[in-house]
Design a protein around this ligand. Structure first.
Ligand code: KIV
Ligand code: ZN
Length: 381
């Protein structure tokens, strides 16, 4: 399964998520180091800054494919090529909105748009042997027209066809069916890679991407922390960990070194200024935290009782036992052990009583609070 990261393009398009040049280079380096197959580094014609970022990322890249975005216009494609050609493995990604709503914007008829697609994809392919084409708003494009334009793009030389759910409108079953039917219906479809690019407007981006994989997509487009326009894109960490955890029903291998996920998630959050919600799957502060007594007790006996992934696999050191009013005595004993405090049963009983009193007043009881309780108990205060 190819992992295509677009944090630096679609992610950076989120209002307020602008990154500096150096931050973009740093994120690209972390993405390559983590094992991402394709990095969409920016939209070269959008600004001088975007052009320079894509060019510098391309020049520094080693094995990862570096991709730039271009509208279906010759000057866009030429500018994109100028930026990505410095990479050992460059890709041009060109797109046009094919749904009725999007066709109305450039005011092109269906035939005129079909000609434009043929002209621009052929032009890109003359420059670069790795060309991706996207019918923007594919999931709201008429079926017959979608088949027609996908076929034109393949004939013109596209090596990857991306099927974007631009406004997060599709649902999982539809997402799977759409890719499957396209592969069956379009001549030449079995010789290229189909990609899925989902937005999260209805909270279904990860489910839709994985459903598309079931339908035959072999490239998932995603961003770190799900950063992206409006409600964001499919989150890289979610699809990668879903494939890793449920390989029994989704047997696809990715090159991602999952132990690097947490670090890159934090860096993207810091440089974009977008905090990660506490309960965000995989990378949220609470994703591996346990507070209720029953959960903590189960975790201490066998982590698999309440964890389907190991925190170490995403780059965390250990499960986080959050100490609060729901925590039980076993969790307190484990926490004391972690803090290097060895107490007998009677002392534990006394400390536990004090701990519960404090936890009733305070939402989260920190390590320092627990150490203070131990000192006070020992001193008989
Ligand atoms: O969401 C979308 O349609 C896009 C395209 C440019 C691929 O980001
Ligand atoms: Zn998008």
């Amino acid at each position: 399964m190819y992992i295509f990261d677009t944090t630096l393009r679609d992610g950076e398009q989120s209002p307020g998520a602008t990154m500096t040049h150096d931050e973009k280079l740093e994120i690209a380096e972390l993405l390559e180091d983590m094992g991402v197959d394709i990095i969409e580094a920016g939209f070269p014609i959008a600004s001088e800054g975007d052009f320079k970022a894509v060019k510098d990322i391309a020049e520094r890249s080693k094995e990862t494919v570096i991709c730039g975005l271009a509208r279906a216009q010759i000057p866009d494609i030429d500018r994109c090529w100028e930026a990505v050609k410095h990479a050992p493995r460059p890709r041009i990604h060109t797109f046009i909105g094919t749904s009725p709503l999007h066709r109305a914007i450039p005011n092109l008829t269906m035939d005129e748009m079909a000609d434009r697609i043929h002209e621009t994809v052929s032009h890109a392919r003359n420059l670069c042997d790795n060309v991706q084409w996207s019918p923007m708003d594919a999931t709201r494009t008429e079926w017959d027209y979608l088949c027609r334009v996908v076929e034109i793009a393949i004939k013109a030389g596209a090596t990857t066809i991306n099927i974007p759910d631009t406004v997060g409108y599709t649902a999982p079953r539809e997402s799977a069916d759409l890719i499957k039917r396209l592969i069956e219906a379009v001549p030449g479809a079995d010789e290229i890679i189909f990609a899925t690019h989902c937005h999260n407007d209805l909270g279904m981006a990860t489910a839709n991407a994985l459903a598309a994989v079931e339908g035959g997509a072999r490239q998932i487009e995603c961003t770190i922390n799900g950063l992206g326009e409006r409600a964001g894109n499919t989150a890289l960490e979610e699809v990668v960990m879903a494939l890793k955890t449920r390989g029994d029903i989704m047997p696809f291998f990715t090159e991602i070194d999952t132990k690097k996920i947490m670090h890159i998630s934090r860096r993207v959050s810091t440089v974009s200024g977008f905090p990660v919600q506490f309960n965000k799957a995989i990378v949220g502060k609470n994703a591996f935290a346990h507070e209720s007594g029953i959960h903590q007790d189960g975790m201490l006996k066998n982590a698999e009782t309440f964890e389907i992934m190991r925190p170490e696999d995403v780059g965390l050191s250990a499960t986080n036992l959050v100490m609060g009013k729901h925590s039980g005595r076993a969790a307190l004993r484990a926490k004391l052990k972690d803090l290097g405090v060895d107490v007998g049963d009677n002392q534990l009983k006394d400390i536990f009583v004090r701990f519960k009193e404090l936890a009733d007043r305070k939402k989260e009881v920190y390590d320092e609070d627990i150490l203070a309780l131990v000192t006070a108990t020992m001193a008989g205060e």
